[in-house]
Structures are given as C-alpha cells and as structure tokens.
Design a protein around this ligand. Structure first.
Ligand SMILES: Nc1ncnc2c1ncn2[C@@H]1O[C@H](COP(=O)(O)OP(=O)(O)OP(=O)(O)O)[C@@H](O)[C@H]1O
Ligand SMILES: [Mg+2]
Length: 128
C-alpha cells in the first residue's frame, strides 16, 4: 500500500512495544499481515494477560492506561494506542481489539487499492 512510512512504522512499533511491556516474560507475540480485496490487515497477537473488558472501549483514547502501565515507574504516557488509532484513521483505516486472557489481538485495517499505482487515499496531519 501507499502511505506515510514513518507513521506506519510507528503503528507497528507501538503495538509490538505494548506486547512487550504489558505482558510477562515468556509471552509469545505473533505479527501477521494479510491482504483482502481493497485492504491490508496487520495483526499483533499475544498470549499475555490481555486487556480487561472494562478497559477495552477506552484504550484507544488519549492517556488511557491500565494497571499494568500505572504500576510501572516512568515511560508510560497512555498515548501509544491513540497514536495508532490516529494514524490508521489518517490513512482511511481503522483499529480493532479483541482480548481475553491468553488471546489478545490488535488489528489495523488499511485501505490498499489492488492497483498499487493508484492515488494514495491518505492525506493530512496526524493529531492524536
Ligand atoms: N498487548 C497488551 N496487553 C495488555 N494490555 C495492553 C496491551 N496493549 C495495551 N494494553 C493496555 O492498554 C493501555 C493503553 O496502551 P497505550 O499504548 O495507549 O499506552 P501505554 O502503553 O500505557 O503508554 P505509551 O504507549 O504512551 O508509552 C496500556 O496502559 C495497557 O493497560
Ligand atoms: Mg504503549
């Protein structure tokens, strides 16, 4: 797909960073990318403790942090997923979360014309 490569890199870095810091050592993280007609889907799966159900609706908002983040000393602002959502939106895409203990998937779905030479559908500034 065409897009802002630095921002798309940031999506992957934020999701992988979360899978690292919000899980315990020994957790397995699996990243996949797949193509569907007109879109690409990037998914980051982990088998860590997951995002509590009550928190799931809020995690893409700015400054939303769970207990796993608050108990850490420094480094966590609660902005990472709001940036993921803002970058996906700026590319005309969306983010999804499904999470139960041991089975958490963050997915980013982005428009990707089957003809890669066509005009990019993203534009503008990202303001998370
Ligand atoms: N893979 C995950 N497993 C469990 N909880 C997660 C996972 N990813 C995110 N979370 C929860 O979602 C919250 C919001 O994530 P977000 O990336 O926005 O902020 P953060 O990681 O706390 O801080 P920042 O990314 O700004 O350093 C986290 O504080 C954490 O509670
Ligand atoms: Mg984060």
């Amino acid at each position: 797909m065409r897009g802002d490569s630095a921002r798309l890199h940031q999506i992957v870095a934020n999701l992988l960073g979360n899978a690292r810091v919000h899980t315990l050592p020994g957790t397995t993280v699996l990243t996949s990318i797949s193509r569907e007609p007109g879109t690409v889907r990037l998914s980051v799966h982990d088998d860590g403790p997951g995002v509590p159900e009550a928190q799931q609706a809020k995690v893409f908002q700015r400054f939303a942090r769970g207990d796993s983040a608050r108990s850490r000393t420094g480094g966590s602002t609660g902005l990472g997923l709001s940036i993921v959502a803002a970058v996906a939106s700026a590319h005309g895409g969306s983010v999804q979360l499904t999470s139960t203990p041991g089975d958490t998937v963050f997915s980013v779905v982005l428009p990707a014309p089957d003809d890669a030479s066509s005009t990019p559908r993203w534009a503008g500034r990202v303001t998370p």
